[in-house]
Ligand binder design. Sequence first.
Ligand code: ASP
Ligand code: MG
Length: 461
Amino acid sequence: MIVMKFGGSSVADAERLRHVASIVKTQLERKPVLVLSAMGDTTDHLLEAGDEAFRNGKVSVDHIEKHHLTVIKNLKLPAQKDIKSMLEELRSLLSGISLIKELTPRTRDYLVSFGERLSVRIAAAYFASQGINAKAFDAWELGFISDSNFGSAELIKESWELIPAKILPLIKAGVLPVVTGFIARDAQGNITTLGRGGSDLSATMIAAACKAEEAQVWKDVDGILTADPRIVKKAKPVETVTYEEAAEMAYFGAQVLHPRAMQPCMKTGTTVLVKNSYNIEAPGTRIIPSFEKRSVPVRAITSRRNVTLVDIVSTRMLGQYGFLAEVFSTFARYNISVDMVATSEVSISITLDAAYDLAGLKKDLARIASVDIKTGKAIVTIIGNVRRSSEILARAFRTCQLIGVPVQMISQGASKVNISFIVDDSEAAEVVQALHLDFFDTLNADKKVVGQSRRAPGSKS
Ligand code: ASP
Ligand code: MG
């Protein structure tokens, strides 16, 4: 058994769905389970429609309705009753929101769930018309039960047993399940979502819980790339990465996979394969537990913009204990999640998302420290072999020096696969480009920093 997940752009319209069917057909004997996202930008359109109803009292489903009905027509499917009634239900929900003028996280999850629920029904109907024994399922019918943390729910432990108990008999019976990604249901029966991009997690969860051969994640890029192609034109796909590296990349700005998507397969060692549905021939990226032999120092370079840097210097005496504890408990009190940290005896630098309001935090911290908040920063992250960190750091700093960009803070992740540093937001793209040139340009790739040229005999770079 394998799991094949197709994202929004891979199932955007009739033509893309025909293409998906052709890909699936080539792998039927591997007994696939399909996990689908909402078609194209439907999730965004649903959120917009929700806001429109909530703020302006306007109910606008025409666009979403027209798109889905057009796909059905273009696929030459007969009118789909369940789609009609689902669109009716969506319309009533939006009228409800417009009347009560209330849009809670719970209602928002119910609202966006229509995207995936519509898409699996249309896709399954089309596959069936192509002679495939496909059947649409809402994830909760197949064991996806979560907590009630709307907008970013976590699956409960029992899902690990519930999912295979539901799916394996279907596979045995020769059914091709077409399952909604992204959504689940809590113990009370409320629809929940696993966070934006959560279909990846749905797919890896099925693969891990059912002990599938592999999870294939079909995207619109050639796999995980060495850098964001919008910043670095010559970015190229990475052949293999470890789960750890893939997770770090997701957290630090590479928008390829959901950050939590690696967790289930990490537990079971299930391979995740990232493929391009627009370019089937491309080998894609294979995500595996670990490497036997590492050859290159750096796997990828990512950046995350719009970051705030907080410098906190203790106003107490040197050697005072409990300073860090107090700083972190203050952040926790304000529910502020911290990304990077660097400390010395009396000072600590922390980065966070620019979206937080820091007024209260600053006031509280002022009792024990002087606080300096600097906005407009970016985190540049180098994902690589930290056993070669001295070499990576030497080359990275020299590159920054060459282009005249000062490095403002640095930290080496505990996961031992990332080295991150802070530069000004306005300089981030240039830094990523220069680092990419140094680490990935074929002329440079073999180059070693002077004095760092010791290599295991016979090893390739
Ligand atoms: N449709 C959802 C989103 O756009 C989930 C997904 O695509 O993975 O975030
Ligand atoms: Mg999407």
